[in-house]
Design a protein around this ligand. Structure first.
Ligand code: NAP
Length: 474
């Protein structure tokens, strides 16, 4: 069953205005979805306010058990969610199963964190008073999510918010609202009370979100998406001094040293580049290979990329589905054309196929010049852009030369060297001899213009909590 209406206070609401969700593999309309307006936002805020009072008063154990049940239910229905993710986003079945599993894990992790909201009691060194520090639910949270992970970017926010005792209103991306809507009956079944989680797809995104950010009941805005929209939201959040969590864009460097294990480096680079067909903020964007191993690395990476099968992601034999829409596909093609015009060599791929669907083939570019657009901006597609280096200090400088700081990857057979390089990289996360860093148990997030705050780990729940300090004499 596909859910296509607004979800407010535990009930489905139709609207006069609707918009189409397109299957990127076929370009056919998948569903017509309700588009929320300002009065719907007000109804969701009223419902969330009422639900939060009761939810925040429950014991952490009670909240934890609802989240644990959500994990169990979602884990039992991974195939169903994966199929829906593939239909609306395009990603291949294996990527969609990976996402659904990762998305469900946030419920389990935050079920465990819900009962570990620790505090502190200590003596004030000078006055002798007691310093008591505790964490309280921060208040209503507005969550805004992107299309590249329709399930996981939502659960990564919903689970910690509920664990902390907050109520939420989610604005999913317009390309992919169906997965988040489909999660709502599951949350009901898990025991989430009406009004605690509300979903408002909308085509009037800017006005809708701005309206909610100016409601005095809202205290948190948690956003995952582009740095440009993140800046707009930070400005909107400033009026009410909201607590912001911003997971923004990336421009991940991969550094492959001459002492790297070649099998590990190829496997890790493939994962960092091709997980989610490159439509990930964590995707390898600039691949720096030591010149001594560059010919072999290029040959082996090209062979691995050429072996991937492109097609409709619902076909289990397909490795690479279509990109999410025409503009994303066209932008990838422009990056390749720009790099080639500036001197890059196409090792494989690089040609948009004929026919329906927003497909782009796995592509390897070598000799990519430093001034190519794909070195400065997120490619967000299946294009591996290779450069070479000979000097360690120089490659660290080049890797850090970006306004982004989400994730970097380092491959070296020497752990001492590898860790020393990791520490010099100005990134919130580094994969050392690994092409995957995402883990619900670890703090995900970036430095510089890649964002503010962390999701997952112990830190994730604190984004939805306020610290209260009581100075006490007894
Ligand atoms: P986007 O264009 O920034 O959109 C993200 C969300 O923001 C969507 O729900 C979108 O709604 C909404 N939005 C757009 N304009 C808005 C406005 N003026 N006010 C409030 N909300 C607004 O990003 P995207 O293209 O979906 O996703 C790709 C970007 O997300 C990439 O830059 C990627 O690096 C980043 N990302 C970051 C992380 C991370 O954890 N750091 C994870 C995944 C993705 P509509 O769909 O209705 O426009």
């Amino acid at each position: 069953m596909v859910y296509t209406d607004l979800y407010i206070n535990g009930a489905w609401h139709k609207t006069d205005e609707r918009f189409d969700v397109i299957n990127p593999a076929t370009e056919e309309v998948l569903a017509s979805v309700a588009s929320a307006g300002l009065s719907d936002a007000d109804a969701a805020l009223d419902a969330a306010e009422a639900a939060m009072a009761e939810w925040a008063a429950r014991t952490p154990r009670q909240r934890s058990e609802v989240l644990r049940r959500a994990w169990e239910l979602m884990t039992a229905r991974l195939e169903e969610f994966a199929h829906l993710i593939t239909l609306e986003n395009g990603k291949a079945r294996a990527d969609a199963m990976g996402e659904a599993t990762y998305a469900a894990e946030f419920f389990r992790w935050f079920a465990e964190e819900a009962v570990r909201a620790d505090g502190l009691i200590t003596h004030a060194p000078s006055s002798g008073a007691r310093i008591i520090v505790q964490h309280k639910p921060a208040g209503l949270a507005v969550l805004i999510t992107p299309w590249n992970y329709p399930a996981a970017m939502g659960t990564r926010k919903i689970a910690p918010a509920l664990a902390a005792g907050c109520a939420v209103i989610i604005k999913p991306a317009s390309e992919t609202p169906l997965t988040m809507l489909a999660l709502m009956p599951l949350l009901e079944e898990a025991g989430v009370p009406p009004g605690l989680v509300n979903v408002l797809p909308s085509r009037r995104t800017g006005a809708l979100v701005d309206h909610m950010l100016h409601d005095p009941r809202v205290r948190v805005v948690s956003f995952t998406g582009s740095t440009g929209v993140g800046r707009t939201l930070l400005k909107g959040a400033a009026d009410q001094v909201l607590k912001p969590a911003m997971e923004l864009g990336g421009n991940a460097p991969v550094i492959v040293f001459e002492d790297a294990d070649m099998d590990v480096a190829i496997e890790g680079t493939m994962l960092a580049k091709m997980r989610n067909l490159g439509e990930a903020c964590t995707a390898a964007n600039r691949i720096y290979v030591h010149e001594a191993i560059a010919p072999e690395f290029t040959r082996r990476l090209t062979a691995a990329m050429s072996a991937l099968r492109v097609g409709d992601g619902t076909d289990p034999g397909v490795d690479v589905g279509p990109l999410v829409n025409a503009s994303t596909r066209d932008k990838v093609a422009e990056f390749v054309a720009d790099a080639v015009a500036k001197g890059a060599t196409v090792e494989c791929g690089g040609v948009v196929p004929d026919g329906k669907g927003y497909f782009y083939p796995p592509t390897v570019l070598s000799n990519v010049p430093e001034h190519a657009d794909c070195v400065r901006d997120e490619i967000f597609g299946p294009v591996a852009a290779l450069q070479t280096f000979s000097d360690q200090d120089d490659v660290i400088r080049r890797a850090n030369d970006t306004e982004y700081g989400l994730v970097a990857y380092v491959f070296s057979g020497d752990m001492k060297r590898g860790l020393q390089v990791c520490e010099r990289l100005d990134y919130g996360m580094v994969g050392l001899n690994r092409g995957l860093v995402s883990d619900p148990a670890a703090p995900f997030g970036g430095t510089k213009q890649s964002g503010l705050g962390r999701e997952g780990g112990h830190e994730g729940m604190l984004e939805f909590m306020e610290t209260q300090y009581i100075s006490a004499n007894w």
